[in-house]
Design a protein around this ligand. Structure first.
Ligand code: SF4
Length: 190
């Protein structure tokens, strides 16, 4: 299949790209992440994704604009449901681009992370697929978790310490907040 691969960052793309290529799929990447804050972190992850794409020979469509305002305006007053909104923002745009490009389907490197809300990503991918009229290609990339980490380290890619949004950055570093949080935590890292 000719697939559009939404890339949340460089390290998370390492295993999915290798696995999908092994299966014979033709890939085009899409970096679309208004959820990455603050600005210097966004630039750093964009740089890591570019470094990976060059090493992997992966053609990519880049959304280079910093999406802080879009993201915050989308989630304000809905912070507890922000991951669903965040996945929708990214996967809806991915599905539309896949349809515009006439590809056979789309998928996302979010399905690689052990720390993301995997089932919600799958549901959201299917929702975006129905909206855009292009199939969502589901695969559980978590099987390659360790291989992906080792690949990212071997390539010297920057590996982030928190999921992306300003809320997740606080949850990662604010010790008082972490102590108050329930076991049902937000994604720790992409
Ligand atoms: S914690 Fe991660 S998935 Fe959830 S809203 Fe923030 S960036 Fe998006």
């Amino acid at each position: 299949m000719r697939l559009l691969l939404h890339m949340c960052c460089g390290p998370c793309a390492v295993y999915p790209v290798a696995a999908l290529r092994r299966e014979g799929h033709e890939l085009h990447g899409f970096f679309c992440n208004p959820n990455i804050h603050p600005y210097r972190e966004f630039r750093r992850r964009l740089g890591a994704a570019r470094a990976f794409a060059e090493k992997a020979g992966l053609p990519v469509t880049w959304e280079r604009d910093y999406g802080l305002k879009l993201f915050v305006r989308s989630v304000v007053f809905h912070e507890r449901d922000r991951c669903r909104i965040c996945y929708r923002l990214r996967l809806r745009r991915t599905a539309r681009l896949a349809a515009d490009m006439g590809l056979d389907g789309f998928t996302t490197t979010l399905l690689y992370s052990r720390y993301q809300k995997h089932d919600l990503i799958r549901q959201t991918g299917e929702w975006a697929a129905a909206q855009a009229g292009v199939p969502f290609f589901y695969q559980d990339f978590r099987a390659g978790w360790q291989a992906g980490i080792e690949g990212a380290i071997a390539m010297g890619l920057y590996r982030q310490a928190y999921c992306g949004c300003i809320y997740s950055e606080q949850e990662r570093y604010d010790k008082k907040l972490r102590r108050r949080r329930s076991p049902l935590q937000e994604p720790r890292n992409s």
